[in-house]
Design a protein around this ligand. Sequence first.
Ligand SMILES: *Cc1c(COP(=O)(O)O)cnc(C)c1O
Length: 235
Amino acid sequence: MPDVNIVESLEDARNRLRTALTNAGRDPASAHLLAVSKTQPAASVRQAFEAGQREFGENYVQEALDKQAALADLDAIVWHFIGPLQSNKTRAVAEHFQWVHTLDRERIARRLAAQRPPALGPLDVCLQVNVSGEASKSGVAPADLPALADVVATLPQLRLRGLMTLPAPSDELTTQRRPFAELRELLASLRQRHPQAPLDTLSMGMSGDLEAAVLEGATWVRLGTAIFGQRAPRA
Ligand SMILES: *Cc1c(COP(=O)(O)O)cnc(C)c1O
């Protein structure tokens, strides 16, 4: 079992988010905690659920499916896919998640749309953007974002909710804020381009840079280690 008290660290994380929102002059209900449970056992997810957490983020499809099967009794749980998405995994994601935060290619968008079971309703998606200083190579370039958004907006099985980014870690608040500000501006432009889309989401900020993300308008902060403790190296 993990060496952290999940109930306490979840409470600390909620307080931290509330404080960050208040300090940013924002409504305390205007951003939500996504508990990133990658590499954590199903028992830890269950503990967080019992402590009131409903939204969980997973990065690896097979690991997530195993956990979902072990937690099938938790009707109100909401699963978000936040890892790199390969085309051979789109069907499982379309069938077993409510959100995808890491959509960055037209081909993946079309597959997710075609494979989304109608009974589940549209899949909520964020487009991952590779803003300056992005840690990974994934994400659409800002210049290519409008074209990708145009395609996604034509797919009724996908609901275009907003943007996500994953910047390189930094200890400096000013440096941390820059890519988040860029993402906020990109979302503002996208809203003008797609006034009909429910573009209400900025998925940005993790355990190390939550405050910077909240200052720039984050609506989902994705916290892993701050809730579950350090991750064991992936097998
Ligand atoms: C692992 C991960 C997180 C959580 O990171 P922590 O530093 O543990 O809070 C957030 N977002 C993505 C995309 C991740 O892969």
